[in-house]
Design a protein around this ligand. Structure first.
Ligand code: ADP
Length: 341
């Protein structure tokens, strides 16, 4: 077994950096429609951003790689003034050109100790020379070798993986990937069988459960979770966010039995102004909550304390809806704790 971490566990985020260009429009534009935006702002977004704000917040940004030859990723966000909902076009640029050697260094270097978490999401890709989407298999394998994840309950620190499967189903409908998906099962392109915690929104869950994007929505959220857990039995916790309806989760408890829970969305104290980043805020608080339940010295059994983590995540995500901006809208832990009381 690798030596026990002498410091607090860390989350190593392999994520995207974007400039969010936000257009406040009367409604989300339909195909062929031209709309005038009432407001326009540029903000830091993506699943990570090298900004003074992040550094001030205590995020270690030293592993961010600046590529001189690539554009910064762009998110073109339409924010509806009437429903406060959004529609997003992403141009991944540098986010799809990750280099395995850079990422390996971050995961296996100073940051990769037992008890740390590897946090992945689907807005990044390795460059084709590094194997494209399949490179995630190698990365996860390396990460798990650093801190193998034994079955519950155990007394060993955990190096777990959260795979935020945002856009997986949508990508599978892209012509190139659809061809690959027929040849190779989805879980072979994206190594879902190596993921411990899976976070999805309702659209993504339907896609993964094989329900498609449109048409009759046959299954209830809990049935969808059960289907996903049957398809990917190795996943220990599946969380599905339901927008204003809150969240449902299914996880295996210490005894190996599945437990389900549903938490309604937290009550808002102010009107919804911007839902951009609600899901990401949820993800951040979920990971932070789960990380606090893993004891760094390995003296306690590893057992996700799901309820507490979900409660904090639901409150934080609601607070993010009350504030403009994907990053600026993320509340501090003190603000969330105050709202919970
Ligand atoms: P995504 O943004 O990834 O599609 P969701 O829309 O499901 O994710 O939102 C993520 C979480 O944000 C939800 O589970 C919920 O807790 C919170 N949330 C979203 N919309 C609202 C809302 N209108 N009121 C309160 N909470 C909300």
């Amino acid at each position: 077994m690798a030596p026990i971490a002498a410091r607090k566990p860390r989350a190593v985020v392999v994520g995207s950096l974007n400039l969010d260009e936000v257009f406040v429009v009367p409604h989300i534009a339909a195909e062929g429609e031209t709309l005038s935006a009432a407001e326009y702002t540029v903000q830091a977004g993506g699943k990570g951003a090298r900004t003074p704000r992040m550094e001030a917040d205590g995020v270690r940004v030293g592993r961010v790689v600046v590529s001189e030859n690539e554009h910064t990723g762009r998110a073109i966000i339409q924010l509806s003034a009437s429903t406060r909902d959004n529609a997003i076009v992403l141009f991944p640029a540098a986010n799809h050109r990750l280099s395995m050697s850079d990422v390996k260094d971050a995961v296996l270097g100073e940051a990769g100790q037992p008890g740390d978490w590897l946090v992945l999401q689907n807005e990044v890709r390795f460059s084709e020379e590094d194997g494209g989407p399949r490179a995630f298999h190698d990365l996860i394998k390396l990460a798990k070798e650093k801190g193998a994840l034994p079955p519950l309950p155990c007394k060993m620190p955990v190096f777990a993986v959260l795979w935020s499967a945002r856009r997986v189903p949508r990508m599978l409908t892209a012509p190139g990937l659809r061809r690959r998906a027929k040849k190779d099962d989805v879980s072979r392109i994206y190594p879902l069988e190596s993921v411990d915690v899976l976070l999805l929104n309702a659209h993504e869950a339907r896609g993964l459960a094989g329900e498609g994007w449109s048409g009759a929505q046959a299954a209830t959220p809990v049935q969808l979770l059960a289907t996903i857990c049957t398809k990917i039995p190795s996943v220990r916790l599946v969380v599905m966010t339901l927008g204003a309806e809150g969240v449902v989760a299914r996880w295996r408890s210490g005894s190996g039995e599945y437990e389900d829970t549903h938490l309604p969305a937290a009550k808002l104290l102010r009107p919804v102004v911007d839902t951009t980043g609600a899901g990401d805020t949820f993800a951040g608080y979920l990971i932070a909550g789960l990380m606090r339940t893993v004891d760094g010295d390995g003296s306690r059994p590893v057992n996700f304390q799901v309820d507490n983590a979900l409660r904090e995540a639901v409150v934080a995500a609601a607070m993010a809806c009350e504030t403009h901006g994907a990053m600026a809208g993320v509340p501090t832990f003190a603000e969330v704790s105050q709202r919970i009381i």
